[in-house]
Design a protein around this ligand. Structure first.
Ligand SMILES: *[C@@H]1O[C@H](CO)[C@@H](O)[C@H](O)[C@H]1NC(C)=O
Ligand SMILES: *[C@@H]1O[C@H](CO)[C@@H](O)[C@H](O)[C@H]1NC(C)=O
Ligand SMILES: *[C@@H]1O[C@H](CO)[C@@H](O)[C@H](O)[C@H]1NC(C)=O
Length: 976
């Protein structure tokens, strides 16, 4: 991974170059937020959203605490005005003066010097307005006040929905979470509620703004696009990698472009050494854009690769706009990378058929002409309030993504377009961002005004971010074909289906596809995540794609199309291989779990810490309330019940005497189920890389949380990893070994799967034990040689458990399997050893004859490692935990140990307010401890059964600066 020093680099520098040009940033704290209706007037910031300023001023409590989501509805139902202090520094003799907003959320009415300027209705658009005339009649500096009034988005959405002649859809098509009618407005769709988050419908100037003054024949570049592709490349088609790179650059400006302007480029490496420069040719200018292109000479640049597939080589490109007299008009610098990435949906070729790949179409990504296995998860808005998401927050998440062996995130479609900083960081970390236009789980209006508004939003955001090598794809929206059109088809018949499919195509193919293809040759587009891909692609048609419908993304007459999205909340689905969809790629799957006690305590009062307290229940938005009525908690209860049933079906039921300790154990148990299920699903999808469906991607739902609640996340709101993030990291290792079991027939097979780009040959081992760790003389092979091809899988063991385990009680048998192989990462000559191990148990763990493994835990100050040792039994789901006040990621966790086996575990500290004291709070437990009354093993103490049970005291007792070994008692208390 390439790191550019510690600071995050500013990417687009829009330099005011001529002397009369003036750019006054409006960011800062010189603002007031007021609502005449509720008599509130408080200091405010820009960028911001009203809830944040009200919280800072003490008008409201922390919106994320307890049930404040519901008690703060009045904020969303009010109108809010942001008023600036008088703006100084404006010159009255500039030839034009402009307001430039990078984002207003959402229904804004803008005035300057007390005069109306304009209104806006799209959170995602950039807006610029000339105010020269208003300024000229506003001589008094004290009157130069900017005011932006935001109307209530939920109210306005309802008004739009009830307009005469407004579009309607059949019942059930719009997925209503809390506030209704989100599909009528261009605002973050999850602001109106989702099944993993609260509904605040915030309002405010959520992005920076400026006042720009220009002289005669001066321009201001408000946005730009740089498109880098292989000569001759067309979207969605694998390009010829031997062709030179083309750079196409286009600047969006306002102001007056003088005749005869020209464009040039300078490409430098990160040491500022120029690697190529020259004029852009094929210039084309309009009154809003100026465009040109250049071919980069062969051999001047190195490729950018995703994490663990090669280096993240980056360059700076500066595009300079000059007048005919060669004076500088504007200049834009963006950091870029040279790569091709294609969503390959081409028909399976004869050569692929000959390899045993099932007919149908491909559905996978190619990076620089290479297939690869996409490993990752789905990214949701990391906070209900984007205005407070810091670069540090994104960077910490991305560190976890890379540490978790993930190379791709699907940035889910109903949040907001990612800020530049997110792509910058993804470029550095090598994380591919599957990006989406912000539509999901609804069908949308298609009147011309709506389409025009969407097109503007798409153009702005598309052009803003296209230069980032981490950009992997644009998708039209979330669950449109597989959910929305399927609902219509299933319940409303062919006529309705024809109507709504035509409307769907108007927006997602007729409007959004050209926004992509007319701006870029380098990036692929698919109208819907999930889909069956295109049926035909022909660039001589104005709309090149014909979409493939009516073909479920599973095997149809042997043909396989598209990617899959799979949820089943009957916990019986665990280990049931025949329940999972067979497709080419999996972009969503999952099950919810509870966050940890440490996280709950950050947002819920101590008295509410029980599994079914009203507060905990009402924060479970799965299933969503379906409206604003919170008195009906049946839906939340159903979601809580799914987690409870899963635990009771598969694992020992927690039985701690202390109620909070028991709550904590239950939260942990739901995380174990979640993780077990995802392990099974990831292993299933990855094995598909060697099966006829040639499955090449696994992106689970969801990476991270935006508050503390039961959700699908693997990373909690403060950055703490759930069990899931650890085990997904393990299952996303390059070479894995995993069991596949049919409970009904007793058929067990074990496969090795590798996503390396060269074949790997080595040996696997198998050992059977009882739970006390005694090796069993089961009559099966102890080892096997294997050869697994590039991005492929191979079976290494097959047996019928009832045959080979006849004499043993299935409740007292476990199989340990290991693989170890030497190979290299793609684009690297270094030889590495790839190791993985896994466990199989033929019965549910709740029925297994678990033995106290008597875990020991020590910490070495010199190596900064913890060592966990099992002594008297097989330890399942060994879990290192730590107290509040820090976020620490262990190098491994949630692993299994044999008796007399130790594991050293290092760690990374992400944040720490305990001054290192967190080390003394570390405890270790395994599944066996879930049913023990209170204690778990802690540092310096091997005993999780012999120690004196320490009752829960309610105190997060952490005493720093005392020696680690002396801290047994404090550590025991801190866990619970
Ligand atoms: C918000 O402003 C609109 C338009 O001026 C007005 O109709 C509405 O009553 C206002 N709402 C509140 C809660 O003040
Ligand atoms: C490259 O140039 C920029 C702008 O002049 C400067 O800030 C940066 O430090 C330079 N980087 C190196 C590695 O010299
Ligand atoms: C110049 O750009 C405009 C607007 O994008 C386009 O319609 C026109 O075809 C372009 N002209 C040339 C010569 O490329």
């Amino acid at each position: 991974m390439l790191r550019l020093g510690q600071a995050v680099l500013a990417v687009a520098a829009l330099l005011p170059l001529s002397s009369s040009q003036k750019v006054i940033p409006l960011s800062g704290s010189d603002w007031t937020l007021s609502d005449p209706g509720s008599n509130v007037s408080v200091p405010a910031n820009l960028p911001s959203q009203a809830h944040l300023d009200l919280y800072a001023a003490g008008i409201i409590d922390d919106p994320l605490f307890a049930l404040n989501e519901f008690s703060q509805r009045w904020v969303a139902n009010s109108n809010w005005t942001y008023t600036s202090a008088p703006i100084s520094g404006l010159s009255s003799n500039g030839s034009s003066t402009w307001l430039l907003f990078n984002g207003l959320d959402t229904f804004a009415s803008i005035s300057f010097c007390g005069k109306y300027v304009a209104s806006t209705d799209n959170q995602f658009r950039q807006y610029w307005f000339e105010i020269s005339e208003i300024l000229s009649s506003c001589g008094n500096e004290a009157d130069r006040v900017l005011a932006v009034n935001f109307g209530s988005a939920p109210e306005i959405a309802n008004q739009i929905a009830s307009q005469p002649g407004q579009e309607t859809w059949p019942r059930g098509v719009e997925q209503v979470f809390e506030f209704p009618n989100r599909q009528f407005i261009r605002k973050e769709q999850s602001d109106f509620g989702w099944d993993w988050g609260p509904a605040f419908a915030p309002a405010g100037p959520w992005q920076p703004a400026w006042i720009v003054q220009l002289g005669n024949e001066e321009v201001y570049v408000r946005n730009s696009i740089i498109d880098i592709y292989r000569q001759g490349q067309l979207n969605l088609l694998p390009p010829d990698q031997s062709q030179p790179w083309v750079v196409n650059a286009s600047l969006d400006y306002f102001g007056q472009l003088p005749d005869g302007a020209s464009l040039s480029y300078t490409l430098t490496d990160l040491q500022n050494k120029t690697v190529s420069s020259g004029a852009l040719s094929d210039l084309n200018s309009t009154d809003a854009t100026v465009t040109g292109s250049a071919t980069i000479p062969d051999g001047t640049v190195d490729l950018w690769w995703p994490s663990q597939l090669g280096p993240q080589n980056l360059y700076y490109i500066t595009i300079s706009l000059k007048s005919s007299s060669n004076s500088s008009l504007a200049s834009v610098t963006k950091r870029v990378g040279f790569r091709t990435i294609v969503l390959n949906e081409t028909p399976i070729s004869d050569a692929q058929l000959a390899q045993g790949i099932a007919p149908g179409n491909n559905w996978h990504f190619d990076i620089n002409g290479h297939e690869f296995y996409a490993k990752g998860s789905n990214f949701i808005p990391p906070d209900p309030f984007w205005a407070r998401v810091t670069p540090q927050r994104i960077e910490q998440l991305f560190q976890s993504v890379v540490a978790g062996n993930q190379n791709m995130l699907r940035v889910w479609a109903s949040g907001a377009y990612s800020p530049d900083i997110m792509y910058d960081l993804a470029d550095e970390y090598g994380i591919l961002l599957w990006s989406e236009f912000e539509f999901g789980d609804a069908l949308y209006p298609v009147d011309q005004a709506f389409l025009d508004n969407v097109r503007q939003e798409a153009e702005y955001n598309f052009r803003r971010v296209n230069h980032h090598p981490s950009l992997a794809l644009w998708a039209g929206g979330n669950e449109l074909e597989n959910l929305e059109l399927e609902i219509v088809s299933e319940y409303y018949g062919p006529e309705a289906l024809a109507k709504y499919t035509a409307e769907y195509e108007t927006l997602f193919i007729g409007t959004l596809l050209p926004a992509v293809f007319e701006n870029s040759r380098s990036i692929s587009y698919t109208p819907s995540s999930t889909s069956n891909g295109w049926q035909s692609l022909n660039f001589s048609n104005p709309i090149p794609i014909v979409e493939r419908y009516n073909n479920s993304p599973t095997v149809t007459n042997g043909s396989i199309y598209g990617e899959t999205d799979f949820y089943n909340y009957d916990p019986i689905v665990l280990y049931n291989n025949s329940a999972l969809p067979v497709g080419r790629f999996s972009n969503e799957f999952g099950y919810h779990s509870m966050p940890s006690l440490q996280s709950w305590r950050q947002q819920v009062a101590e008295a509410d810490l029980s599994f079914n307290s009203t507060t905990v229940l009402l924060r479970d938005h799965h299933y969503p309330a379906g409206g604003l009525n919170t008195s009906n908690i049946a839906n939340s209860s159903a979601g809580q019940a799914q987690m409870t049933e899963a635990v009771e079906l598969w694992y020992p039921t927690p039985s701690k005497t202390d109620s909070v300790a028991n709550f904590s154990a239950w939260c942990h148990a739901t995380q174990i189920f979640q993780s077990d299920l995802y392990n099974f699903e990831i292993a299933f999808y990855r094995r598909g890389s060697g099966l006829p469906n040639r499955q090449l991607g696994s992106l689970y739902w969801q990476l991270e949380d935006q508050w503390v609640a039961p959700t699908w996340a693997g990373i909690e709101y403060d950055g703490r990893w759930k069990v899931l993030h650890y085990t997904a990291k393990d299952l996303y290792e390059h070479v894995i070994i995993a069991p596949y079991y049919n409970v009904t027939t007793g058929d067990l097979s074990v496969w090795v799967t590798s996503d390396l780009w060269e074949a790997v040959s080595s040996t696997v081992t198998f050992r059977w034990y009882d739970w006390s760790g005694t090796q069993l003389a089961v009559n099966t092979s102890l080892s096997a040689n294997f050869n697994v091809g590039a991005i492929n899988s191979t079976e290494v063991l097959q047996l019928v458990t009832t045959d080979v385990l006849g004499d043993y009680n299935l409740t007292n048998v476990v199989l340990h399997m290991t693989v170890e192989a030497e190979s290299s990462l793609p684009n690297s000559a270094d030889k590495l050893t790839f190791r993985h191990d896994n466990w199989f148990h033929p019965t549910a763990l709740k029925d297994a004859q678990l033995v106290d493994p008597d875990l020991g835990l020590t910490y070495s100050n010199s190596s900064k490692n913890f060592t966990v040792t099992a002594t008297s039994g097989v330890a399942a789901w060994v879990w290192l935990d730590y107290g509040a006040g820090a976020v620490v990621h262990f190098d491994s966790n949630a692993f299994w140990l044999l008796p007399n086996q130790s594991r050293e575990v290092g760690y990374t500290v992400q944040s720490d307010t305990t001054n290192g004291g967190w080390i003394d709070t570390v405890t270790v437990q395994s599944l066996w401890d879930q049913t023990q009354s209170t204690t778990v093993g802690s540092i310096g103490n091997g005993s999780s059964s012999g120690g004196t049970p320490t009752p829960y005291t309610g105190a997060a007792a952490v005493k720093a600066s005392v020696s680690v070994l002396a801290l047994l008692a404090a550590a025991v208390v801190a866990l619970l």
